[in-house]
Design a protein around this ligand. Structure first.
Ligand code: ADE
Length: 265
């Protein structure tokens, strides 16, 4: 994400600067798994939109509603049409982010989900992170400049007041299309200085950046990547409990955002 926040040092597009002066009126929450998404849907009493402008036949699901003065859109990529499991990973995340931005023109994107955490960097089960930077760890292209393109490092939209107001941890996120971690992934994740690892964040950030929509990333730790337990087992064991912490954080963030401009976050 190009940083849009104050003090980022980057020149701010005049149109973005103008938008930052108006209260946020529409947000887009992107969540990859149904287990993570449904509590947010219920919390804000969102309803499914049966008439989306998404192409016919795609599994993507759009829920919407209003909370205080904000239109809340939540898009979940749905279940794979052949296998019936959640469409996790960067391909579906990119597609739904692109289609949802075009359809809904949100002021702000919130990508919320679970992640693996590194205890050596201070992550524990149930911790919720507000992400400062995102990058990929499985796009290795050892040719000058292509290497940087592959890593795709982006600073997220800067929200210092939000970070201060809520009891969230701050850290960097590394994204790849696998739940497990190969030794090569580990080298890249270390190079990315990441505390948490997921399967969507950097892809959402890429599309949000492309279409100039500020995006923030909230990730709750279900498993310790540098721990003793097998990742898949630990992830499934903790998914329900950690999702509750994630959804509570999303609710607090939406509450904080209400009535504020982007520049006040
Ligand atoms: N989501 C939850 N745990 C994860 C992990 N270890 N890697 C990638 N995505 C995750």
């Amino acid at each position: 994400m190009a940083p849009h926040g104050e003090g980022s040092g980057a020149p701010v597009d005049p149109m973005v600067a103008q938008l930052q002066k108006h209260p946020i009126s529409s947000i887009l929450i992107i969540i990859a798994m149904q287990t993570e998404a449904l509590p947010v849907v219920n919390k804000f009493q969102l309803v499914e939109n049966p008439h989306t402008s998404f192409p016919e036949g795609v599994p993507w699901v759009h829920y919407h509603g209003t909370y205080k003065d904000i239109i809340i859109n939540l898009v979940w990529p749905g279940k794979d049409l052949t296998l019936g499991v959640d469409c996790v990973g960067t391909v579906s995340a990119s597609l739904v982010t692109y289609a949802s931005i075009l359809a809904l023109q949100p002021d702000l994107i919130i990508n919320a989900g679970t992640a693996g955490g590194f205890k050596a960097r201070g992550a524990g089960i149930g911790d919720v992170f507000l992400v400062s930077h995102v990058a990929f760890h499985d796009r290795r292209i050892p040719i000058p400049v292509f290497d940087l393109y592959g890593v795709g490092l982006r600073q997220t939209f800067s929200t210092p007041n939000l970070l201060k107001a809520l009891t969230l941890k701050a850290g960097k996120l590394s994204t790849g299309d696998s739940l497990d971690m190969t030794p090569q992934d580990e080298v890249s994740i270390t190079a990315n200085d990441a505390t948490v690892k997921d399967m969507e964040g950097a892809a959402v950030a890429y599309v949000a950046d492309l279409l100039k929509v500020p995006a923030i990333f909230v990730k709750a730790v279900t498993d310790i990547v540098d721990g003793e337990k097998p990742t898949a087992e630990e992830f499934l064991q903790n998914l329900a409990a950690v999702t509750a912490a994630l959804d509570e954080a999303v609710a607090q963030i939406v509450d904080f955002i209400s009535g504020k401009c982007l520049s006040e976050l």
